[in-house]
Design a protein around this ligand. Structure first.
Ligand code: GRF
Length: 213
């Protein structure tokens, strides 16, 4: 691992499509000066763990159920990232609310498959998000990269990518279109952090809050 690269921690709970995309883009050179220094999965028997192992990435399985309480689990997640000397954390299909310690404030990103603040929050993940967008008759959807805080899908928006809703869309069709946008947007934001430093996120977040009031 080179010294000046952005050291990324990736937190997963499931299929690992977000992780796979980052691995691919680092390998083919589209994502530059970024290294995945630590993967953490909240579940052991998921495809994302297989993907991390196949890519020879350091991975810890930290299941909340294996810890006495939520605080102990949250501290174990932070310790694993500390060991990996992680600069930036990317939540990637991570389904557990991580109440991170202050030293990770403004250093945890999340990607959500909708245009937050709409269609986010507790229980709003996966197919449910797209079904809700379609049920509401929305003409467009998209994805959002935001700084995570201690609430689901909350925190200052860093970037969004919009996609059209097409007549006759099923949740699966919309998920595929949003997923393609996610696979572009997340690496774009991570590249900006690699190029400008983690402090860029706080500056961007401040501008975002000013914009949304
Ligand atoms: C994506 O919809 C992403 O927006 C959300 O988790 C889904 C991907 O999960 N955060 P995974 O990377 O396939 O596990």
């Amino acid at each position: 691992m080179s010294d000046d690269a952005l050291r990324l921690g990736v937190l997963i709970s499931g299929g690992g499509s977000t992780l796979a995309n980052l691995v691919e883009r680092i390998a083919d050179g589209r994502l530059r000066r970024v290294e995945i220094a630590q993967v953490i999965s909240s579940r052991s028997n998921v495809r994302g763990v297989e993907l991390a192992r196949a890519a020879h990435l350091p991975i810890d399985i930290l299941s909340p159920a294996a810890f006495g309480d939520a605080d102990a689990w949250a501290a174990a997640v932070a310790s694993s990232l500390d060991v990996g000397r992680v600069h930036l954390v990317a939540l990637a299909g991570f389904l557990v609310l991580w109440r991170f310690p202050p030293r990770y404030h403004n250093r945890v990103l999340n990607i959500h498959p909708a245009l937050l603040p709409a269609y986010g929050g507790t229980g709003m993940y996966g197919r449910r998000v797209h079904a809700a967008v379609l049920a509401a008759g929305e003409r467009e959807s998209g994805c959002t990269v935001h700084l995570a805080d201690h609430e689901y899908d909350h925190g200052p928006i860093i970037a969004q990518r919009r996609v059209p809703v097409v007549a006759g869309d099923t949740p699966e069709a919309l998920a595929a279109r949003v997923g393609a946008a996610e696979r572009e947007l997340y690496p774009e934001v991570i590249q900006q952090v690699a190029d400008h430093g983690v402090a860029w996120l706080a500056e961007r977040a401040a501008a975002s809050v000013d914009r949304t009031g």
